[in-house]
Write a protein that binds this ligand. Structure first.
Ligand code: ATP
Length: 258
């Protein structure tokens, strides 16, 4: 399995604030993400889930430790050897889909923009085909949705458009930070199905999901990392962690969710 590691954080430490306000929020966190797996990062509010995953994706710098993407360093931001490759090969899905979509852009423009940015000379037929494929994968009929604006979408549809935008360049690593928490319960199934379809279509892609919702985690994740106050409390296969948590904090999280 070690050969399959795409993204690795080793002994990550992070502090926020200045002088007397300075506070450590991640303590010696090590985590490996493998090709083709879905890794869930769970933990209470403020446990460091978003900070850790943003550091792994090179969106935030670590103050201690290292992050490598396919063996190349990404730790010190844009100066690092692996940084550009990771930025190019990663996609992001956030909690609020309407914040990730420009209200003045059609779905076609929002989904197509990353293609234009990456492949400057790509022809309009290829852009249209790739946008349609991405929308199809997330369960949105292209002919119905391509010309809509965000205002014409439900929350669940908007999130699936945001996911289509995130996958249109076939990322090797996709980070979804609380992708379901702003979506009503009825629409969540379609988002789960969208992630399942993406994983079938791109079986080598690594998916990192940050979620409070253990139902979502149970459906999506192969492996779980449990964070508490910036430390890894426990990690292991999803079924084992949810059925037989070894750690008292993990048990508390599971009991609170059931
Ligand atoms: N830019 C920042 N400046 C100062 N403190 C920050 C910053 N970002 C995060 N923090 C602090 O770091 C800690 C971890 O935050 P983080 O957002 O990573 O937690 P989380 O587990 O994702 O929480 P939530 O589930 O509530 O989103 C929190 O105490 C938070 O207040």
């Amino acid at each position: 399995m070690a050969n399959d590691v795409v993204l690795q954080g080793s002994h990550i430490g992070k502090w926020f604030g200045r002088r007397s306000e300075r506070r450590q929020v991640l303590f010696d966190v090590s985590v490996a993400v493998h090709a083709g797996e879905c890794l869930a990062v769970i933990g209470g509010s403020g446990s460091g889930k978003s900070t850790l995953t943003r550091i792994l994706l090179g969106l935030e710098t670590a103050d201690a430790g290292t992050v490598t993407y396919q063996g190349a360093d990404v730790t010190c931001g844009s100066r690092a050897a692996g940084y550009q490759a990771l930025r190019r090969d990663s996609g992001l899905v956030y909690q609020d889909p309407f914040a990730s979509l420009n209200p003045r852009w059609t779905v076609a423009r929002s989904v197509g923009e990353p293609l234009h940015l990456r492949h400057r000379g790509m022809g309009s037929d290829d852009v249209a085909r790739r946008c349609a494929e991405a929308l199809d994968t997330v369960g949105l009929e292209p002919s119905t949705f391509l010309n809509r604006y965000p205002v014409d979408l439900s929350g669940g549809q908007a999130q699936r458009v945001a996911i289509a935008r995130a996958i249109v360049n076939n990322p090797k690593v996709l980070l979804a930070d609380e992708p379901m928490s702003a979506i009503d319960v009825a629409a969540r199934v379609q988002i789960l199905e969208a992630f399942a379809a993406i994983r079938r279509r791109t079986p080598d892609m690594a998916l990192i999901v940050v979620s409070h919702d253990l139902g979502v985690v149970q459906h999506l994740a192969d492996r779980i990392v449990v964070l508490h106050d910036g430390r890894v409390e426990e990690e292991g296969p999803t079924a084992r962690i949810l059925r037989e948590p070894r750690n008292a904090y993990t048990r508390t999280l599971i009991e609170a969710a059931s």
